[in-house]
Design a protein around this ligand. Structure first.
Ligand code: NAI
Length: 769
């Protein structure tokens, strides 16, 4: 199969720019075209502006700024003929059928026969897009529905028509899965495909229910976020993020394409949204939607649109009793609560899950397709059928019947059986005839979630688990909130190392949370600091360091396989692995200074060792390089950015598809087993502290840092350098560990650091003091 090497993206708006950027991230060259704006002398004005937006986008659309070189720009009048050079033409112009039809006619005049053509439409059925197409084009045509922002949203829905050549779908699937790293879900040509069909139903149902129950948007968002296993944007904030006007367009299109008796119809009209759009409040892009921030004489104030009074009012942080995140018992406990939060959760969830179940088999044959679409496209922790299993099929059916809802055929034939089950080490899903069928993952994909459902843990506690991946490879998983690390994690890792030593040949450190780890549990540190329990803190640091050291020098290879944020202590664990096999969107960095601390799990030590291996680094001493990275809490937003910072090393690799990271890491470990030799312990030549102290003071004099930053800077300098240098002596790794602990303990006893930690825990943002 010929790989896709060059792509023309037509339409350089939100989606076209995102698709072009992500193709560039994958090393694919792009020709980006748009119309010539009327009245402008600059014929490429729209695509030039698109490049500018790409450069400035946050979170960054590019894995590293240089990849923008892969994108060539042009316009549809002067450059359309150049589509004859490409393998795939990705259309992402306005959502208007007439405009798309006209463009396809022009494309057909210029494309090479066999060039794939796809549309990014979110709502137009494929049969309408292909209506006037010649058969040759229909053969090469399909829908590739990317989600925004393209680099970060994992779902890609592909829709083939009856005339589409299966080879076209195979080639596109391979490119989008392996090169772009997307979770490809093949959908039937039905309105809204899968993600939007279920996701928008849930959103509309939630808005209408909140309005009917007179529940404030901030309360509805607090419930329909983490407690339901959904992103913390909830539903009203998600509306603001997508754009209220865009949502109205998509809903209008669904209204026109859904069958007249579809259960979605009663939820489509949304007067609250219409009224906001009429007032120009279309969401974040216009600075106001359901939420807005206003500049007042007292500073910036967050406001929310009061759905009853139809005006903005100050935002009130909801005071809801503690709600467990939507895991096993958590979801059931949430919907059984006898209060408005529980009632809201039940009403939205029951209707959404019933709707999703009613889509089998007409819209999707397999439950797993719908679950994947919701997990990858809307970042739900569990898909609808995973949630039915959490609630219990029997319990769920009885309760919806009590509510007078019709039990869909799938749930009737299931007769109380779970939607998924483990059978002889295989994960199976319920089908519409009441039997189970294997869940097939693409070759090269291992899901730790599947391993957990089909095998027994080797050892486990509340914070972590050791799994058997087969072929002599074990996997160590963190699973606390945001995967923060505490003494339970490290004690289990220590036990795991002993087990791997005797029963396995290699170890992968990996998990399937949104973030590999946000670092050491700051709440624990704060609790101990408030109790002045310094020896507990010292013991925790020492265990952390010794466990990392033990892992580094163990007799078997260890591969760290991070995704998402891997910062602070989380990154220190990775720094002690032999190599990394990371996901392409991994963010790494030692950010402890943001809370007035320094890395004390071997982070200073490992970065210093790495920089000390560089010969003749433009005359800049390694201590200064490491100081600058740690003092400023620098993070790299991709492995490519991490390489020049030595946060990643030459042997570290990355995988574009999150779903392929674990299998790639396992393969990597296996390739290292034969002849594996643990690294050799290194010693460092000490250097004088003077230059770093001078650097701190220059920054202070230039008012670039606060007095407490200066204190933190001095503490960091004292780890990396010596006040008196004996040319004959060496620094060992254990001495560096000791210095890290000493500096950490000194800083954690200062009121400024305590204030920074408290602020971070309360707001998620650093305090500048
Ligand atoms: P946009 O409005 O940001 O960009 C559309 C671009 O198409 C503009 O640059 C415009 O100059 C260009 N254009 C307009 N008429 C044209 C024509 N006749 N020929 C060539 N170019 C023309 O739109 P956006 O949001 O990027 O959407 C593009 C497509 O992607 C639509 O089909 C939309 O339904 C779909 N989509 C949008 C998503 C989103 O979140 N914005 C998500 C998924 C799909």
């Amino acid at each position: 199969m010929k790989p896709i090497q060059r792509v023309a993206v037509i339409g350089a708006g939100t989606m076209g720019s995102g698709i072009a950027s992500h193709l560039a991230n994958a090393g694919i060259s792009v020709l980006l075209l748009d119309v010539v704006p009327s009245g402008s002398t600059d014929r490429n004005q729209i695509t030039e502006q698109s490049l500018e937006r790409i450069r400035k986008s946050r979170p960054p659309a590019l894995m590293t700024p240089e990849v923008i070189e892969q994108i060539e720009i042009g316009n549809l009048e002067d450059d359309l003929h150049r589509i004859s050079e490409v393998d795939w033409i990705a259309e992402a112009i306005v959502e208007r059928l007439d405009a798309k039809h006209q463009l396809y006619v022009e494309i057909e005049e210029h494309r090479r026969p066999g060039t794939i053509v796809s549309s990014n439409t979110s709502t137009i059925p494929l049969r309408d897009l292909t209506q006037e197409m010649p058969p040759e084009l229909q053969r090469d045509f399909c829908i590739t529905h990317f989600f925004n922002p393209v680099r970060y949203m994992r779902l890609l829905e592909i829709v083939a028509g009856p005339a589409t050549d299966p080879e076209v779908i195979k080639r596109l699937t391979a490119c989008c899965d392996l090169q772009l790293g997307k979770g490809v879900v093949h959908c039937k040509d039905t309105p809204g495909f899968l993600g939007n069909r279920v996701g928008l139903f849930a959103i509309q149902c939630a808005i209408a229910t909140a309005v009917r129950m007179e529940l404030a948007p901030e309360v509805a968002d607090a419930v329909m976020g983490r407690p339901m296993g959904m992103p913390k944007t909830g539903v009203f904030r998600l509306y603001d993020l997508i754009g209220l006007d865009l949502m109205l367009d998509v809903l209008e299109s669904l209204r026109n394409t859904l069958a007249a008796d579809d259960a979605f119809h009663p939820w489509i009209d949304c007067p609250a949204v219409e009224s906001l759009v009429e007032q120009g409040h279309t969401g974040d892009k216009r600075g106001a939607g359901f939420y807005r921030t206003r500049q007042t004489t007292d500073g910036r104030k967050a406001e929310v649109f009061d759905l009853q009074r139809q005006e903005y009012r100050p935002l009130i942080r909801p005071q809801l009793p503690a709600m467990a995140a939507g895991g096993a018992g958590g979801l059931r406990a949430l919907v059984e609560r006898d209060d408005p939060a529980g009632q809201f959760a039940w009403e939205v969830l029951s209707r959404t899950l019933v709707y999703a179940a009613s889509l089998v088999p007409d819209v999707a044959d397999e439950l797993v397709s719908i679950d994947e679409a919701m997990k990858l496209g809307f970042s739900w922790t569990h898909g609808p059928f995973g949630m039915i299993d959490l609630l219990g099929t029997q319990w769920f059916c009885e309760r919806i019947e009590q509510d007078g809802l019709v039990v869909p055929p799938l749930l009737q034939v299931a007769a109380g059986q779970p939607m998924y089950r483990a059978n002889r080490g295989r994960l199976q899903q319920m089908t519409i005839d009441g039997s189970y069928r294997d869940v097939e993952r693409p070759a090269g994909v291992i899901r730790l979630g599947d391993v957990a459902k089909t095998t027994e843990a080797i050892i486990t506690n509340d914070a972590a688990t050791l799994w058997d991946l087969g072929d002599g490879v074990a996997c160590f998983e963190f699973h606390t909130k945001a995967n923060s690390l505490d003494s339970r994690t490290m004690s289990l890792l220590d036990q795991a190392l002993s087990i791997v030593e005797t029963r396995f040949r290699g170890l992968v450190v990996y998990n399937e949370g949104p973030h590999f780890s946000v670092g050491v549990n700051l709440q624990c540190v704060l609790d101990w600091a408030e109790q002045r329990a310094w020896s507990e803190i010292e013991a925790m640091l020492s265990d952390f360091q010794q466990t990392c050291k033990r892992m580094k020098y163990s007799s078997f290879p260890v591969v760290g396989a991070p995704a998402g944020m891997s910062i602070g202590g989380g990154f220190e664990v990775l720094l002690h692995c032999d190599v990394l096999q990371a996901h392409a969107n991994t963010v790494v960095g030692l950010v402890e200074t943001k809370v007035g601390l320094i890395p004390a799990g071997g982070g200073c030590k490992e970065l210093l060792l790495r920089w000390s291996e560089v010969e003749g680094d433009e005359g800049i001493p390694p201590q200064q390089r490491v100081f600058d990275l740690i003092a400023a809490g620098v993070t790299a937003s991709s492995p490519l950015e991490a390489m020049p910072l030595k946060m990643f090393r030459a042997l570290d690799q990355f995988t574009m598809n999150r779903d392929r990271v674990l299998a790639a890491a396992k393969t990597r470990v296996i390739s290292m087993i034969d002849g594996y030799q643990p690294p050799v312990q290194k010693r460092l030549v000490p250097t004088h502290i003077g230059p770093l102290i001078q650097r701190c003071e220059e920054l202070r004099d230039a008012k670039q840092i606060s007095p407490h930053d200066l204190t933190v800077g001095h503490a960091l300098a004292k780890i990396l350098c010596d006040s008196a240098v004996d040319k004959e002596s060496y620094l060992t790794e254990d001495e560096l560990f000791e210095r890290e602990r000493e500096a950490f303990l000194g800083l954690v006893q200062t009121p400024q650091t305590i204030a920074r930690i408290r602020h971070m825990l309360a707001t998620g943002r650093p305090l500048k003091n």
